[in-house]
Design a protein around this ligand. Structure first.
Ligand code: FES
Ligand code: FE2
Length: 396
């Protein structure tokens, strides 16, 4: 066959995504794995005395804070006759349904049935479906898994101690993909961002030499990269020889199943100051929850591209200077895994996907996946990420 007839787009095989990786709903392999870890569902400050709709892992839920300050996450359809608790009213002890006034506390216990004799003689046996929540680092975390498998909510060593003059910065939405707060939900699979974190090579191309310098010029140096497995995920080390003679080793981390710590994108020296979670809303949408230690007098700001935030850019500017959002949205609602041609630079992605698939099997077999712990004393996670500089001669 001559080369001008090979590789034709005509008659190609239908492409498909890997459903085992991509589906996050209840009962799916990856959905069950994700449900074994605490997932951030909102910023604490955003949960007030007004019920909020929350969608996570393909489930619609109602999030609220009672007048005693406790956050609660309930199944939205009232167990009585099914109207939505979105229309409920918050009281000191819980949320009261608008239709016939049943009152539920943050654990779904029914405290009042005002239309019934004695306010419901059997109300103790009524239970609105609920999920446990806990708050840490300014985020509300929920556990959507089997109750008997509920792990300790982990702490992260780089978020535990604030230096004088530091505060915790938070965001919940599309900041990680866009560099600004213009998107509350990102309209494609969480897998795209999850893969992206173990992809140090796109930093040299997409962020540094293809579009414009989106972070710092030093990223235009092609790094020497090593990927290595850790006790609960994958790290990369990307070493660059800088023109001033120094080396910088940029270490980034992915932790099972959807957690990352990306070091400072201006290559500021030192350990990473943040942790983020790529939380699936459903199979084709996600939100990124981010927490970072920042100086009080220099908080995180929306990033500017040619003086504009991502949300202010025109369609032509998005096309001419694509960033993470454009590259990841360009992969479609869920990337077509059967179309991919993974190569040596994708080794980190292959490692993290393999870990996800292995841990799905562990869960399916009744085991506990890597990274969950039931021992409160052991629940501080070590974060290795950072930008580490050395004099060039100090390294072989
Ligand atoms: S439907 Fe909620 S109390 Fe009747
Ligand atoms: Fe990126």
């Amino acid at each position: 066959m001559s080369t001008d007839t090979m590789g034709s787009a005509y008659g190609r095989a239908p492409a498909h995504f890997n459903e085992t990786l991509a589906a996050v709903g209840p009962g799916t392999p990856c959905g069950e794995l994700l449900r074994r870890y605490w997932q951030p569902v909102a910023l604490s400050d955003s949960v007030q005395s007004v019920p909020r709709k929350v969608r996570i892992l393909g489930e619609d839920l109602i999030l609220f804070r009672d007048h005693r300050g406790r956050a609660g996450l309930l199944y939205p359809r009232c167990m009585h006759r099914g109207t939505s608790l979105y229309y409920g009213r918050i009281e000191p002890e819980g949320i009261r349904c608008c239709y016939h006034g049943w009152l539920f506390d943050v654990q779904g216990n029914c405290l009042d049935q005002p239309c019934e004799p004695d306010h419901g003689r059997h109300r103790e046996s009524a239970r609105q479906p609920w999920y446990p929540v806990q708050e840490r680092y300014g985020l509300v975390f929920a556990y959507l898994g089997p109750p008997q498998k509920r792990p300790v909510l982990p702490a992260y060593d780089n978020l535990e101690t604030l230096a004088p003059g530091e505060t915790l910065w938070h965001s919940y939405g599309g900041f990680g993909a866009t560099g600004d707060d213009s998107l509350s939900v990102v309209p494609y699979s969480w897998l795209h961002m999850n893969d992206n974190v173990m992809d140090p090579f796109h930093v040299q191309v997409l962020h540094s030499t293809f579009s414009t310098v989106q972070f710092v010029p030093q990223f235009a140096v092609m790094p020497q990269v090593d990927f290595f497995a850790t006790e609960a995920g994958v790290c990369y080390s990307a070493i660059r020889q800088l023109p001033d003679g120094r080396q910088v080793d940029r270490v980034s981390s992915w932790l099972l199943p959807n957690i990352m710590s990306v070091p400072d994108v201006t290559l500021k020296a030192g350990p990473s100051s943040g942790v983020s979670w790529v939380v699936p809303v459903d199979d084709t949408h996600y939100v990124q929850a981010m927490v970072a230690r920042v100086p009080k007098d220099a908080p995180f700001r929306n990033m500017l591209f040619n003086g504009k935030t991502w949300g202010q850019m025109t369609e032509a500017e998005h096309r001419d200077t694509p960033g993470d959002f454009e590259a990841q949205a360009g992969q479609g609602p869920i990337t077509l895994h059967s179309d991919e041609h993974l190569v040596t630079s994708d080794r980190g992605i292959m490692m993290l996907r393999r870990m996800l698939l292995e841990q799905m099997e562990v869960v399916a077999a009744g085991g506990d996946p890597t990274g969950v712990t039931f021992d409160g004393d052991a629940a501080v996670v070590k974060v290795r990420s950072g930008n580490f500089y050395r004099a060039k001669q100090a390294v072989g």
